[in-house]
Ligand binder design. Structure first.
Ligand SMILES: Nc1ncnc2c1ncn2[C@@H]1O[C@H](COP(=O)(O)OP(=O)(O)OP(=O)(O)O)[C@@H](O)[C@H]1O
Ligand SMILES: [Mg+2]
Length: 373
């Protein structure tokens, strides 16, 4: 299957644009994940790709062919719906077989494929039940199996794992990826869980209010977010944001607020030169705050500040530590350490070394990244 191309796509509902001028290309074997908060236009985008919703503007191409006016049944797209839309009067077997029967596949092939897909999603023991005899998670796996039995040119998934418990979710995620590698067809997968997006997507498109804010690999979004929204949306725990003022000092540029006074590394200072004397927003990811003696860089008076520990959450690799700065109007922030911190540290003041090479800076007004410019 050839590339999919979406160009300046718009969907207007009455006076509201649910999708407002989005463009992206989808590689031949690519798994693209759309993430974004509720109502940002993810489902509407998928529905336009499937042909279930007519675009109000822009173009959709499947391998160079404009498909805007092609009916859904002629687009050869398989979609897993957010509400998993299974047919209540059909057995699990017939639900999964539905798309194949509609395409008049041979019954031997139908049986083979249905059993294979049902086995992959671990519902092969439920083939002769009706949907009302299934749990929500099982129904969702029927919907997944139904999409996966087909040889579609494009697979669309609308939050297919939302009703599964953590373990099943993980398993279903792996099953989807395994089937994707087998089918090799392009896929668009919607979720509002950024860690799922990071785990599954070849690339991720972060959406907000009908627009794509940034599209790129997980690493690109994480390391070089183009704006504050993307920086905050990608990564758990979320990036820490501090209001600071950029100040010129004899030794270079410093960023200051009531809680700290840090000297910027030369590369960063160079990019922030024109902000001297102005407020900016500084973002520091929780893992870029370190216990000084374990920091992977030289710690001086110029790259550390003090915080008081409020909560310690042990994790498999160390701990997430929730702290506050020390000034009167204390600000909460998070640090993740690769070392265990005993609970006796709660309430204690500790120094934090800041990995300034990895800090992010955003324009206080536009919220665009200053480093990505
Ligand atoms: N048929 C419709 N008529 C009018 N407005 C609609 C219609 N479908 C969606 N919308 C609106 O368009 C916007 C985008 O909806 P959409 O379902 O695409 O969001 P979403 O990103 O999938 O959200 P969620 O994560 O909650 O599923 C919402 O504000 C929604 O209310
Ligand atoms: Mg939706």
């Amino acid at each position: 299957m050839a590339n999919i191309r979406v160009s300046h796509l718009v969907k207007q509902f009455a006076e509201k644009a649910a999708v407002n001028d989005i463009s992206f290309d989808l590689g031949e074997h690519e798994f693209l994940v759309l993430v974004g908060p509720s109502g940002c236009g993810k489902t509407t985008t998928l529905r336009m790709l499937a042909g279930l919703e007519q675009a109000s503007g822009g173009e959709i191409y499947f391998g160079g062919r404009r498909v805007n006016d092609i009916r859904p049944s002629d687009r050869n797209v398989a979609m897993v719906f957010q509400d998993y839309a299974v047919f209540p009067h059909l057995t699990v077997f017939e639900n999964i077989a539905y798309g194949l029967r509609a395409r008049r596949a041979q019954s031997k092939l139908i049986k083979e494929r249905v059993v294979k897909a049902a086995t992959a999603f671990r519902i092969d023991h439920l083939l002769y039940r009706k949907p009302r005899q299934l749990s929500g998670g099982e129904r969702q796996r029927v919907a997944l199996s139904r999409a996966m039995v087909r040889d579609a040119d494009l697979y669309l998934y609308d939050e297919p794992l939302a009703n599964l418990d953590a373990q099943l979710r993980h398993q279903a995620r792996e099953d989807i990826m395994a089937l994707h590698h087998e089918k090799q067809s392009p896929s668009v997968y919607v979720t509002h869980d950024q860690s799922e997006a990071m785990a599954m997507g070849d690339r991720i498109a972060v959406m907000r209010a009908g627009k794509i804010e940034q599209i790129g690999t997980g690493a690109q979004l994480y390391e070089r977010p183009t704006n504050l929204f993307v920086a905050y949306f990608i990564g758990t725990p979320s990036i820490n944001l501090f209001d600071v003022v950029v100040e010129r000092a004899p030794e270079g540029l410093r960023v200051r607020n009531a809680a700290f006074d840090l000297l910027l590394p030369p590369e960063t200072a160079h990019r922030l030169e024109k902000y001297a004397g102005k407020p900016v927003k500084m973002g520091i990811r929780p893992e870029d705050l370190h216990v000084p003696r374990l920091a992977p860089f030289e710690v001086t008076e110029n790259n550390q500040f003090q915080g008081v520990i409020n909560v310690i959450e042990p994790s498999s690799t160390g701990a997430s530590v929730y702290l506050s700065t020390l000034e009167e109007k204390a600000q909460d922030f998070t640090a993740t350490f690769r070392t265990r911190i005993p609970s006796t540290y709660i309430g204690r003041e500790i120094p934090l070394a800041v990995h300034l090479q990895k800090a992010h800076f955003f324009d206080a007004e536009t919220e665009q990244s200053i480093l990505a410019e």
